[in-house]
Design a protein around this ligand. Structure first.
Ligand code: NAP
Length: 267
């Protein structure tokens, strides 16, 4: 099998070398990840995984992750699993899971931003952001606060979760929309809780031209400027990210328990 390795972070170097040797010993060919691989191994944490997907241009090829980072929510295996992975690649995957990305498009611009985790619309200069919010064709509300996160179910465990948004199972065809520090006073009234929309419906924000905020769109940590007074539409991207699963026994909820809660005790 042609395998590309993408790594990052100080702890990744020795694991990459070990993985390369294990793959070659098992008869696989280690190739440039930006070339023509059949599989990409990401060595690092979730941040490395996000950089891999972004820099390789959302390829059709599946990813498998070896965690050397902090949390490793995307990464199925650990740094000690190099030989296990190399041997497993001689067999069909236990599963290949594909998940849609979220995209944001700014009216009047050709450019579209994609994200695995989330697209965030927020003030880049510390001011209150004033927005109009539309869901589908419905003018839902005016909003004042720090902004909004629009996360994929797969990315709902990242920034969305830290901002109090619900965790969604990644198989759900939906987007989770979570406000950041919404004002809810007699001067400004908006929903303080997040909401979940079918991913075909989408959500649209329009930055009030009079706001002092300098709006930015942040796609998986990458910032893009946003003009005021034009619609910014968030919906499902046509791109998907694929995961090659070596072992399908660990469920999404197992990952939630082990990565967020630790030991649940013996019951
Ligand atoms: P980063 O330091 O790589 O990521 C921040 C933390 O989020 C890391 O611990 C990372 O895990 C974890 N993470 C990333 N994706 C995750 C996912 N889908 N589920 C659970 N945890 C996940 O930061 P970065 O390089 O700027 O990466 C951008 C990401 O950071 C964004 O997509 C956003 O979700 C997240 N972020 C979080 C906050 C917040 O929580 N307040 C604020 C801004 C951005 P690893 O340790 O394994 O890398």
């Amino acid at each position: 099998m042609r395998v590309g390795i993408f790594g990052g972070g100080p702890e990744a170097g020795p694991v990459i070398e070990e993985l390369r040797a294990a793959l070659e010993a098992a008869g696989h060919q280690v190739v440039d990840p930006a070339g023509d691989p059949e599989l990409i191994c990401v060595v690092g944490g979730d941040g490395t995984f996000l950089r891999a997907v972004r820099s390789l241009g959302y390829p059709e090829v599946p990813f498998v992750g070896l965690n050397t980072g902090h949390l490793g929510f995307f990464q199925e295996l650990g740094p000690g699993d190099t030989h296990r992975l190399a041997n497993a690649l001689g067999r069909p995957p236990a599963a290949v899971e594909a998940y849609a990305l979220v995209e944001a498009s700014i009216a009047g611009q050709d450019r579209t931003c994609w994200a695995v985790n989330e697209c965030v619309l927020k003030a880049g200069n510390g001011k209150t952001l004033h927005l109009r919010v539309k869901v589908g064709d419905t003018r839902l509300m005016r909003f004042a606060g720090d902004g909004f996160i629009v996360a994929t179910p797969l990315g709902s465990t990242a920034y969305n979760c830290a901002a109090g948004g619900a965790i969604l199972h990644p198989s759900l065809p939906a987007l989770v929309v979570t406000p950041l520090a919404p004002l809810n006073t007699t001067a400004y009234r908006s929903l303080t809780q997040g909401f979940v929309v079918p991913h075909t419906l989408g959500v649209e924000f329009w930055v009030e031209p009079g706001t002092h905020a300098e709006p930015v769109l942040v796609a998986d940590g990458e910032e893009h400027p946003v003009p005021k007074g034009v619609p910014v539409r968030f919906g499902r991207a046509s791109y998907q990210v694929r995961f090659w699963r070596v072992d399908a026994r660990e469920t999404f909820w197992d990952r939630i328990r082990t990565r967020f809660l630790g030991d649940a005790g013996d019951w």
